[in-house]
Design a protein around this ligand. Sequence first.
Ligand SMILES: [Fe+2]
Length: 198
Amino acid sequence: MSADEYILDSPVVREFVAGVRATIAASASPAEACDAIRPRFAELLADADWLPARYQEGDPDSGMGGGIGQWLLFRAGDRSLALFALVVPSGSQTPIHDHLAWGLVGLYRGTQDEEIYARDERGTLARVEARALAPGDFYALLPPRDDIHRVRTTSPETSVSLHLLTNDTGCVWRHAFDERTGEETPFRSGYVNVACEE
Ligand SMILES: [Fe+2]
């Protein structure tokens, strides 16, 4: 097993990760863990000082397209937990995608619209919900039910969201979806600052 990677190695990140791990260990289910992590995550979203400016910049060579930057901040040696910042320039949007792991996503800067998709009983992909997010707002991803979405930045400035997910989200092969046909294609977003193993 590889060692834990604190790409952003700071007391704030180390304390956050330690608290999250203790909470997950004491929780009986992903839903319970998400609820219990909420206060800690809200604190991180409210703290304007811990995330260096370089992790709030887009990436012209983005694996997501649209100049979107996905910056890894921490990942566990066993790849069971990752914290990353997703930077989406004004007017850009992600593909419709899944995550294949549970966790929390919250807005740190800017504003976003999030559209949530699901397959109906016939297997057709449809938009089931849309919501506007402001800094400090966050939500849980709990697959298989709440796992497919698309986010778009609605603010004139770049948006930055924080993702705490229970896999190595940037490096796992997941799926992007065609909105019109519902067709899935293999999708690996990568990270701006860390390479994925083959
Ligand atoms: Fe996402």
